[in-house]
Design a protein around this ligand. Structure first.
Ligand code: SF4
Length: 460
């Protein structure tokens, strides 16, 4: 593969779709940022005349949008690429690999999977059509920008294909200026860049005009939004942005992810409380409750500070639904450290938690720490944490029995099409015997509760 010079025309300069009638299939391995990138890649492909394929077997083009955050991401990628090699030997097929792992491991992908046509980085998503053209004409290609200072690379600046027409992601920042020692994001997505508020508001208005009722503002650390901008000598704040987005006519719900516990301030909590469209939901990533582990993670807060910040937001929004991320078995974590995590989880009473067993991400500082824990120890702690959190999740959901909550319909439930799946303002899933189009609201009275969902009936 070769690495081409930059400066080829972008999708904006295209006039005539060149892939009309061809089908694409995108497999996404990863986080919300990846899912959002995937929607944008799909939008670009459709702007070039392509249509989604029902499965990889029917596709003319398969794109793998990779992630380095999730466990065993590389094994999954190379396993899948191996199966695609066989498919490619049977018929014409283009294969492209993008996302964080492509950004980080481009040479490895070239070496291990020479049948891949295009490797593109997280800052090159907007050029995927040009890269495919290049592959058609000249053969395999890799293009990775190491750094970007341009909002052109913002996924929200591209055409899109949304899986849920009533709900959309809106990127407000890309990259991250923090240095959590377990995380690869700063290395693969670069320094933080904020979009100008006027661009964001314009996008939200356009989305609402297309029928979107709910947006989720997306950034690695939304609380540092605007620190890199200069609007006539003033830096826009995330709190200001929330209020501005709330004024967009026709928008019903605003969510955001993720705030950083070290950076959230009372102005954001006040803006949440005072903007009716902002949902009573907070994703607040704890990672660990141990001060010494948090220090080794470079998180910038203690367990006590985390709880104080959470309490501050709850004092503004008493009905807040709170989710978190927790890593179990970070290198050097002792039983006493883990007990601190259990104590913070018990005190915080999260509604739900994404819990991960630590596994080293090559290229991160923590991967080099020499006090990695055994799998057995990590698994045993993970099971204890999951049992505690399941119990708290169930109690929090049981506390809602008999209450009437506003739902936004997501259409028929995947498990039982005779029921609707709806989401509360807090983000909880409620299954309800009703038929309401996606994006429409209804009220439901909660009749039963499980740790991860609720059941309800339409409120009379
Ligand atoms: S805040 Fe930490 S965990 Fe989040 S993206 Fe930045 S470095 Fe990674």
């Amino acid at each position: 593969m070769d690495t081409i010079a930059l400066g080829m025309p972008t999708y904006k300069e295209r006039r005539i779709p060149t892939r009309s009638g061809q089908q694409y299939f995108i497999r996404t391995f990863g986080c919300q940022m990846n899912e959002h990138d995937t929607e944008r890649i799909a939008g670009l492909l459709e702007s070039d005349g392509m249509e989604p394929a029902g499965s990889a077997d029917a596709a003319d083009l398969i794109i793998l949008n990779t992630c380095t955050i999730r466990e065993n991401a590389d094994q999954k990628l190379y396993g899948y690429l191996g199966s695609l090699r066989a498919l490619k030997s049977e018929r014409p097929l283009r294969i492209a690999v993008g996302g964080c792992m492509a950004q980080k491991d481009r040479e490895v992908i070239q070496d291990r999977a020479g049948w891949v046509d295009v490797v593109f980085g997280t800052h090159n998503t907007h050029r995927v059509l040009d890269l495919l053209d290049h592959a058609d004409e000249w053969g395999p290609i890799t293009e990775i920008w190491e750094e970007t200072t341009s909002t052109e690379a913002m996924p929200s600046a591209l055409p899109t294909h949304r899986e849920t027409p009533h709900s959309a992601w809106v990127t407000i920042t890309i990259g991250c200026n923090n240095s959590c020692t377990f995380c690869i994001v700063p290395y693969v997505r670069g320094a933080e860049i904020s979009r100008r508020p006027s661009d964001i508001i314009r996008e939200v208005r356009n989305l609402v005009a297309e029928g979107v009722r709910e947006v989720t503002l997306l950034g690695q650390n939304v609380n540092s939004y605007g620190r890199d901008l200069d609007l006539n000598g003033r830096k826009p704040l995330f709190a200001d942005l929330l209020r501005q987005v709330g004024q967009v006519e026709g928008l019903r719900r605003i969510r955001f992810t993720s705030p950083h516990p070290k950076d959230i301030r009372a102005d954001v909590a006040a803006a949440m409380a005072e903007t009716p469209e902002v949902c009573e939901q907070l994703h607040f990533p704890l990672q660990s409750g141990s001060d010494s582990v948090l220090r080794r993670m470079h998180r910038g807060y203690t367990g006590e500070r985390f709880l104080a910040r959470l309490e501050m937001v709850r004092s503004h929004m008493p009905d807040l639904t709170v989710s978190t991320d927790i890593i179990v078995g970070f290198p050097g974590e002792t039983e006493a450290d883990f007990q601190d995590t259990l104590d913070v989880v018990a005190a915080a009473r999260f509604d739900s938690a994404y819990m991960f067993q630590y596994s080293p991400r090559p290229g991160t500082p923590a991967a080099e720490y020499d006090d990695q824990l055994s799998k057995e120890v990590v698994q045993e702690r993970f099971d204890r944490l999951a049992a505690l959190q399941d119990q708290i999740s169930l109690e929090k959901n049981e506390a809602l029995l008999g209450s009437t909550l506003e739902l936004m319909s997501e259409g028929p439930s995947r498990k039982d099409a005779s029921r609707l799946a709806g989401r509360t303002r807090g983000g909880k899933v409620v299954h309800c015997e009703a038929s309401v189009p996606p994006g429409e609201e209804l009220f439901a009275t909660i009749t039963s509760a499980a740790p991860h969902h609720l059941m309800g009936v339409p409120a009379s």
